[in-house]
Design a protein around this ligand. Structure first.
Ligand code: PMP
Length: 391
C-alpha cells in the first residue's frame, strides 16, 4: 500500500466521467464572448450554469473600474493585510458593504470559501456546538469541522428537526451557532429564516447565514433571503461572496456584533493569505454600486428564472421545489444525467452536472443558473434543447 494508491478512486471516477463524451469536470471555454455566451470546442454555447446572476462580468463600468485600478495600483497586493497593510480600496469596500447591510462593520476575505473558514474558525472552538443544515456548502462544513466545535446536522430546511436538536442541547444552547444558507445552490430553495430566527431567539443561540447565492437576488435592496423574509437585523453573521452576482472574486462577513472587528486579529484565513488585488476590489465596488442602483437587473433575472422554471416544468421535468434563479432538473440515473449533460453541450447549452455524493438525496441534477443578461431567445433555446433530450 503506497501513499498514492488512494488516487485510484479519483482516477476511476474521472475515467467514468470521460466515457460519456466530454469530462464535465474539465470543460474548457476557448472564448467567453459575453456574460451568457462562450465557445466550447469551436461551438457557440449559451452559458446557463455560471451563477452570473446579474450578468455584470462584462458590464463596461465594472470592467473600466478594474482596468483603472490595475493601471494605477498594480496587479496585486503581494501579501496579507496584516503583514503588508490595507489598500484604501479594501477599507472603502468594507465600509460600502457595512452601509449596504446596515451594519457597523464588514470584513472582506480573499474568497467566499476563505470567508466561511475564517469566520467559523474564529467564532467557534472546542466546547462550542454547531447545528448545520445538512445541505450546507462544503466551505461551511469545512469551517465547522476545522473549528473543533461539536457539529450536528439538522435535516435540510426542517425547523422541527432543528428544534429537536436545540432542545437536546439544554445549557449548551448559549454556546450554539446555527448555520444555514439563504438560497441553496443545488436545489434553488430558500431557508425558512423567519422560523429559524424565532428558534434562535427562543433558545438564546446565534445564527450565521451564507447568502452567497442570494446577494443581489432576494430582498428589496438585494441583501438576500434574510431581507426578503424581514429578519435581516436578526442574523448574527451574514457571509457571502463576490464571485456570483458581483461577477468578481472575494468574500465578506457583516454583523451587528462589534466583535466582528476583532475577528480580523484571530482569523487565520484572513491573516495568512494575500488580500484581494486592487482590480478585483475596484470591480467588486462598482458591481455593488450597480446592484444597489439598478433594480431592473433583479427584475430581468426573475423574469428569466420564471420563464425557464415554468418552461421546463411544462415539458415534464422534475424541478426543485420553488421558482428561483437556480433551476435544478432532477435526473434519477447518474449515467443518464451524464449523457444528457453531453447532449446539452453538443447542442450549445452549458449547465452544471451535479452528481452524488455531493447532492441532496443522492440524486443527479442538471443545474441551470439564470442571469439578468440572458435574452428571451436564449431562454427559449435552453428550453427547446432540454425538450429534445432522450427520456
Ligand atoms: N458558499 C456557498 C453557498 C457557495 O455556493 C460558494 C461557492 N460555490 C461559496 C460559499 C464559496 O465562494 P467562493 O467561490 O467565493 O470561494
Amino acid at each position: 500500500m503506497s501513499l498514492l494508491d488512494k488516487f485510484s478512486v479519483a482516477r476511476e471516477l474521472r475515467t467514468g466521467l470521460a466515457n460519456g463524451g466530454l469530462d464535465p469536470t474539465a470543460v474548457v471555454f476557448d472564448a467567453i464572448n459575453s456574460a451568457t455566451e462562450g465557445v466550447v470546442q469551436g461551438r457557440k454555447t449559451i452559458l446557463a450554469g455560471t451563477n452570473n446572476y446579474l450578468g455584470l462580468t462584462f458590464d463596461p463600468d465594472c470592467v473600466a473600474a478594474g482596468v483603472t485600478a490595475l493601471e494605477s495600483q498594480g496587479s496585486g497586493t503581494t501579501g496579507s493585510r496584516m503583514a503588508n497593510g490595507s489598500y484604501a480600496g479594501h477599507l472603502a469596500l468594507e465600509q460600502e458593504l457595512a452601509d449596504f447591510f446596515g451594519c457597523p462593520e464588514a470584513l472582506v476575505f480573499s474568497t467566499g470559501y476563505a470567508a466561511n473558514l475564517g469566520v467559523l474558525t474564529a467564532l467557534l472552538e472546542v466546547g462550542d456546538v454547531v447545528l448545520l443544515d445538512s445541505d450546507a456548502h462544503a466551505s461551511l462544513y469545512d469551517g465547522c469541522r476545522m473549528s473543533g466545535a461539536d457539529v450536528f446536522r439538522f435535516r435540510h430546511n426542517d425547523v422541527i428537526s432543528l428544534e429537536r436538536r436545540l432542545a437536546r442541547l439544554e445549557a449548551r444552547a448559549g454556546r450554539c451557532l446555527i448555520v444555514t444558507e439563504g438560497l441553496y445552490s443545488v436545489l434553488g430553495d430558500c431557508a425558512p429564516l423567519l422560523e429559524i430566527v424565532a428558534l434562535k431567539e427562543r433558545f438564546g443561540c446565534c445564527l450565521l447565514v451564507d447568502e452567497a447565492h442570494s446577494l443581489g437576488v432576494y430582498g428589496d435592496r438585494g441583501c438576500g433571503v434574510a431581507e426578503e423574509q424581514g429578519v435581516l437585523d436578526k442574523v448574527d453573521f451574514t457571509v457571502g461572496t463576490f464571485s456570483k452576482s458581483l461577477g468578481a472574486m472575494g468574500g465578506f462577513c457583516v454583523s451587528p456584533h462589534e466583535e466582528l472587528r476583532l475577528i480580523r486579529y484571530v482569523s487565520r484565513p484572513f491573516i495568512f493569505t494575500a488580500s484581494p488585488s486592487p482590480s478585483v476590489v475596484a470591480t467588486t465596488r462598482e458591481a455593488l454600486r450597480q446592484l444597489r442602483s439598478r433594480p431592473k437587473l433583479r427584475s430581468s433575472l426573475w423574469s428569466n428564472a420564471r420563464r425557464l422554471y415554468n418552461g421546463l416544468k411544462e415539458i415534464g421535468f422534475e424541478l426543485g421545489p420553488e421558482v428561483s434563479p437556480v433551476v435544478a432538473v432532477r435526473i434519477q440515473d447518474k449515467v443518464k444525467a451524464l449523457a444528457s449533460w453531453n447532449h446539452l453541450l453538443k447542442a450549445g447549452v452549458y449547465v452544471n452536472l451535479m452528481l452524488p455524493p455531493a447532492t441532496p438525496g443522492g440524486a443527479s441534477f442538471l443545474r441551470c443558473s439564470l442571469s439578468a443578461a440572458h435574452s428571451t431567445d436564449q431562454i427559449e433555446t435552453i428550453i427547446k434543447v432540454f425538450s429534445e433530450l432522450p427520456r
